[in-house]
Design a binder for this molecule. Structure first.
Ligand SMILES: [Zn+2]
Length: 482
């Protein structure tokens, strides 16, 4: 190795902005300096390394990654914003197998098998109530579901609307069994985020025998009508379940605002901590997706702590669980917010901020992105959809980093956690480097990361979070979203 290059290695790796960037104002410079390539390599190396095994939902590697994030949150002065004074907001994650189910009444019993199967049970249950058999046919049928409350309901429905089915499900029935000639064997089921309603299927032969035992008539299906028969006699439904509960946390911490009034409002900033994990002998490391975003998230926290100018509003840091399972963690957070969700003035998301886009997947099918042409490019997604002010703020602050923004990836707008917030009308902006051949492959590894890009993403969103937190008013929502 030539002498000059060897010397260069000894110089501390401070993350440089891209050529042409304006020098950052002195009041933000300490934060900029706190974001380093050395940190990024260490953090991303751990998150996408052997300990965390790809951070799979339901796997120990994810929990190790969550503990790692929480330790750094603490180190950088974030206060816990999760359950019971911790950094963890646990999202329900349960694996269950229904071992047995029995529906019985005086003189009647059917067990799980060819004529009965239960679903949606995550613990042992013994339900008891009158039975209500409901038949409904046609798109226009209407029904007041209140008589179903507290009953074991058996339904036969034909051509009814989804809304009608939902009404039945939410009627307060103990359980809704659907009449079906097709009874499949029960399967082990994983529930993540939300537990499905108690349900099951029952064969028409079993329904006929049950009706006889409880002395009611099974109502006939008649087009355009809803018919209900309710027993006087009680029936029982017993299930035995083997369940393994392994809740997966969102890792949440808040950098408290310095203004006594404005601190009750907040900026959200997030990345997803989960990836595809270990599958058999193969580990999906997820270095870019999204260890890069979590690394940048830690960089932002460190920069805020290092900087003398403090945010007036609070800043909520969120490392989400279950993004790869369908934005499970962010949707859960939005439904169970630690602070009123209407006080969140924007959400800044970083999902895949560490690679140079490469290949044909990026926006234009007639164009092949070349990695060497995307060393300094970043997709800015969704920022114009709710508030032009947010978009313009980011463009303005980008002068200190000088990403070449691309706008060809609006098709991924619904595909990361910011969307859970945008769907609630919160202005959101999503940094995304674009796709590459290692996307969702075991080859998405730390050695392929462009660490300069990761640190520049952190710098840009450090400035954006701080400036958003210090603006006079929340962002004007001048666009309808969508
Ligand atoms: Zn992702």
């Amino acid at each position: 190795m030539p002498l000059l290059a060897a010397l260069a290695v000894l110089v501390p790796l401070s993350a440089a902005q891209y050529p042409g960037a304006t020098a950052v104002p002195a009041e933000f410079a300490a934060g900029f300096r706190a974001i380093t390539i050395d940190d990024a390599k260490a953090w991303l190396g751990y998150l996408a390394g052997p300990e965390c095994e790809g951070r799979g939902s339901g796997q120990d590697g994810y929990l190790k990654a969550a503990a790692f994030m929480a330790e750094r949150y603490k180190q950088f002065g974030l206060k816990p914003a999760g359950d019971n004074g911790t950094y963890f907001q646990y999202v329900p994650y349960i694996r269950a197998t229904i071992n047995s189910a029995t529906l019985s009444a005086d003189g009647f019993s059917v067990a799980q098998g060819e004529q009965l199967v239960a679903a949606g049970f995550y613990e042992n249950k013994s339900l008891q109530g009158q039975v209500a058999i409901l038949t409904a046919q046609g798109r226009d049928v209407k029904f007041d579901p209140s008589p179903l409350k507290g009953k074991i309901v058996i339904t036969q429905m034909n051509g009814v609307t989804t809304e009608f089915r939902r009404q039945i499900e939410q009627s307060g029935a103990l359980l809704v069994l659907t009449v079906s000639e097709l009874i499949a064997a029960p399967r082990p089921v994983t529930a993540f985020g939300r537990l499905p309603a108690l349900s099951g299927r029952i064969h028409p032969h079993a329904v006929a025998k049950l009706a006889e035992a409880v002395k009611i008539k099974v109502p006939v299906l008649v087009d355009g009508t809803v018919n209900l028969a309710t027993s006087e006699a009680m029936v029982k439904f017993d299930v035995q379940v083997t369940a393994e509960r392994k809740d997966m946390p969102n890792v949440v911490g808040v950098y408290e605002g310095s203004d006594p009034v404005l601190k009750s409002e907040y900026v959200g900033i997030g990345a997803h901590l989960d990836h595809l994990g270990r599958r058999g002998d193969v580990v999906y490391w997820g270095a870019d997706d999204d260890a890069s975003g979590c690394t940048a998230l830690l960089g932002v926290a460190k920069a805020l702590q290092a900087n003398a100018v403090k945010p007036k509003r609070s800043i909520l840091f969120m490392a989400f669980a279950g993004e790869e399972s369908g934005l499970v963690g962010s949707r859960y957070l939005v439904d169970h917010p630690m602070f009123p969700i209407d006080k969140m003035i924007c959400e800044l998301q970083m999902d895949m901020v560490g690679r140079n886009s490469d290949g044909i997947q990026n926006g234009d099918r007639n164009r092949v992105d070349k990695a060497e042409e995307n060393v300094d490019t970043m997709r800015l997604v969704g920022s114009k959809r709710i508030s032009t002010e947010l978009h313009e703020l980011i463009l303005d602050l980008n002068q200190y980093v000088n990403f070449r923004f691309k706008y060809d990836s609006e098709d991924v707008y619904t595909r990361s956690d910011h969307y859970a917030f945008a769907a609630k009308g919160i202005p959101a902006a999503f940094l995304f480097c674009g796709f590459h051949p290692d996307y969702h492959q075991p080859t998405d590894t730390p050695d392929k990361i462009n660490y300069e890009k990761v640190t520049n993403a952190a710098k840009l969103f450090y400035l954006t979070a701080l400036q958003s937190a210090n603006r006079e008013r929340p962002f004007t929502k001048d666009v309808s979203g969508g």
